[in-house]
Design a binder for this molecule. Structure first.
Ligand SMILES: Nc1ncnc2c1ncn2[C@@H]1O[C@H](COP(=O)(O)OP(=O)(O)OP(=O)(O)O)[C@@H](O)[C@H]1O
Length: 223
């Protein structure tokens, strides 16, 4: 790769503000994301975490400021290199994990996709589980959501509250899994209210407060 990869930069957010009507959800946020690192985004309810993630995903446009992703000034043009997992899992309860993924893999026509069974294996799930998703534990549902994101071989993973409603052991397993993806040189951004759960993979911790960057500090990753 040339250009941005050689500088090790995955994304650059410069002076980004996002207004909803007259309300500023983000105010002059600037941050740079290096390739292959994990960023943990924390802050109270309404701090702007999901808004920043959705802007990085190209799902929202900033009102002011710029976002550069993989060296491109229009995140929409590199959307296929980004995997976004929202905190409402977009999966069908009446289908099995593999049926869900087969359905979603058809939404990427003409593109190479990871085999659904392999995606499930990568997140530690048996692809041949006969149960419908409605009978999965929360941890298994979150893993299936992550497998769905992996279908398109994303280089940047944007995960909104990946540990929500998970027990501590399932969250620990999810963190180990994410650590493997990071070692595979994917860049990861996680929003969470449970900073301690993500600490083992946090290369950097970005705290937002009322839409502003309150702090941006290196973490102490152990994985
Ligand atoms: N589409 C929208 N229209 C209007 N206001 C919005 C919209 N999206 C977000 N907001 C507001 O912007 C602020 C930031 O929301 P955001 O979801 O980014 O916060 P958050 O830090 O992710 O919060 P939480 O931890 O509760 O998910 C909130 O006050 C929210 O109500």
């Amino acid at each position: 790769m040339s250009g941005p990869a050689s500088t090790g930069q995955c994304a650059r957010v410069e002076d980004v503000s996002k207004l909803f009507g007259s309300f500023a959800a983000l105010r002059q946020v600037s941050v740079e994301l290096e390739l292959g690192k994990c960023y943990v985004l924390i802050g109270e309810n309404g701090a702007g975490k999901s808004t920043l993630l959705r802007i990085l995903a190209g799902l929202l446009r900033p009102s002011f400021g710029t976002v550069t992703l993989f060296g491109h000034g229009e995140p929409q043009t590199v959307r296929e290199r980004v995997g976004y997992m929202s905190h409402a899992p977009m999966l069908y309860d009446e289908l099995t994990g593999q049926e869900n993924l087969r359905y979603f893999s058809k939404l990427y026509p003409g593109r190479e996709c990871l085999d659904p069974a392999e995606a499930l294996r990568q997140v530690g799930l048996d692809p041949n589980l006969p149960r419908p998703l409605g009978h999965y534990s929360q941890g298994m549902r979150q893993r299936t959501s992550l497998a769905r994101v992996l279908l398109s071989f994303p280089e940047l993973l944007l995960l909104d509250e990946p540990f929500s409603n998970m027990d501590v052991e399932s969250a620990r397993q999810m963190v180990e899994l994410l650590a493997q993806f990071r070692h595979g040189s994917r860049t990861i951004v996680i929003t969470t209210h449970q900073r301690e759960l993500a600490a083992p993979i946090a290369d950097y911790v970005l705290a937002l407060k009322a839409g502003r960057v309150a702090s941006f500090e290196p973490g102490s990753p152990t994985l």
